[in-house]
Every structure is written in structure tokens, then in C-alpha cells.
Write a protein that binds this ligand. Sequence first.
Ligand code: NAD
Length: 293
Amino acid sequence: MTGTTPKRMVVIGSGTMGRGIALSALRAGLDVDLVDVEERALQAAATWISGYFARHPRTEPSEEPPRGRLATTRSMDEVLDAAGVVIEAVPETPTLKEQIFGRLKSAPSDVLLASNTSTMSVSALAEACGGSAMVIGMHFFNPAHKMPLVEVVTGDRTSDEARSAAVALARRLGKEPIVVRDVPGFVTSRLGLLLGTEAMRMVEEGVADAASIDRAMTLGYGHPLGPLRLADLVGLDARLNNLRSMFARTGDERYRPPGVLERLVAEGRLGRKSGRGFFDYDAAGTTAAGEAP
Ligand code: NAD
């Protein structure tokens, strides 16, 4: 894809992030192949994307419904040849991501191979991909079709060409890229996980209830969303995976997953997507007041 803008994006994983990244690409006029191992996840993502286009009036040509520009498949290998860029957004499980990047060795050599990982080493993913210089991090934020930041993470082997292509792609998707070195958690997870984890420990210690802790940061520090509502939005299972990965990589006690997070996930309280997390949500995803779990 280097030098030119890609025409077709392959997004691997159609969950919370993959569907939002796919929507951003469709809005920017790219064609998208959305890949998932779960047919149900693909259906849900396609329905969510067409719902978005149905709800939003056409203000510009790229806001047209995707009509044939979005394809879904369970077979990644079938769509790699036509890809201009691949963005991987499967769960934050190191072995799974390494396995995917192992399979991405068969992509054409000029295709940008980006991971939406929040905590993993981009250099390790490049190793899994046979040392490819096209492997890079493109860390989007939730909801990916709305949040403006993309952290572009360069690994040891990432080429200048790949970095420029990722920066250009982020801009094409209407995002603001920042370029970051491949350290555990980059800038955003390194800071954001600490804040969220500390808020969870305060819930455990009974310092204040969840709603009050969140209000402290929205009203006192001007954060648009409190750290516990943000964790619910991210998905508590996704947050737990991120902490496990950061703790495994750094051995830093500050990233050890708090017991309350482990317990909520074990109980199926995964945050907004399951209707309950640190707060309770109605079908529209809103909550009036939170109770401490
Ligand atoms: P998710 O669980 O919502 O979605 C992951 C999807 O990947 C699921 O639909 C699953 O069926 C699919 N999948 C699993 N194995 C697969 C495979 N082998 N091939 C294809 N698809 C497969 O996860 P998510 O929250 O979207 O997170 C995805 C990535 O994005 C993670 O690396 C996470 O750290 C990162 N991230 C998440 C957020 C967030 O707020 N959730 C924010 C930034 C980055």
C-alpha cells in the first residue's frame, strides 16, 4: 500500500474495536473485508454498521451506505491477496495475536500489517511474522469511529515506509496520529491502565462508591468519563486481558489485576456490553447511578 492510499482494508476481529475501525474505513471510502471466527459476531457487526449508515444522513459522498463495499468472511486467507492494509483486532491474548501474525506472512510484501494491540510488543508480532518490516501498531480508541486518536507504534524492525503509510492511513480515516516507541502499554495504556486500576482498588478498599470515584475525575479533573465507566465501556474482560498482558510483560505490581475486576469478569459482569459491570446499564447503554459492586 505504500506510496498510494489503500483501496481495500482487511479487519481481523469484528468485536468492539474491529467493527468501529471497519466503519471508519467505509466512511473514508475504503472497501472492507471483515474477518471473524464467529459467524454471529460478523452478523452483529454488519447489522451495527448498516444501522449506523441508516441513522446518519448523507452529508458527504463517503457517508453513503456501504452497499457491497463491506464483505464478511470466516476465512482470513481468502481475502489477504486483495488487501491494501490489514488491521488485526482480536482479543488481547499474546498467543492468539502471534498466531494471526504468523499467518500474515502470506500477505503480499507491500501490505501494511497493523495490530490494534493495547499492550503487546509490536516487535514480537513482527518476529512472529517472519521479521516483516511492515508490522506496526495502530492503536485506536473506543468507540473507534468517534475517538480521534491513533497511536502509531513502531517496533524495532518497522520501516520508515510502514510508519509513513500508517500515519497517512490514520489521517485518511479522519484521525490524529501520534508516533510512539514500542514500550509496554505505549503512552495511553501505560497511563490509562494505572488510573483505572487505582480506581478499582479504591472500590475494593471502600474509599468511596463507584459513582463518587468517577465523579471525582469528571468534576475535579475534567475527564469526560470517569475511570470506572470507561472500564465498563472498554469491556471488563478486555481490561483484564490488558492488565494480565502488561503485568506479564513488566512484572510491575501496579499492573496486577485487582481482585474486584477478576471477580466481576468471572460473574459475567463485563461492563456495558453485558448490561452490568461497575454500573448497571439499560438497553441504550446508559446508566443513572452506579452501585459499588
Ligand atoms: P472483542 O472481544 O470485542 O472482539 C474480538 C473479536 O475477535 C471477537 O468477535 C472474536 O470472535 C474475534 N476473534 C477471536 N479469535 C479470532 C481469530 N482467530 N480470527 C478472527 N477473529 C477472531 O475485543 P475488542 O475489545 O474489540 O479488542 C480487540 C483488540 O483491541 C484487543 O487487542 C484490545 O486490547 C484492543 N483495544 C480494545 C479497546 C476497547 O475499548 N475494547 C480499545 C483499544 C484497543
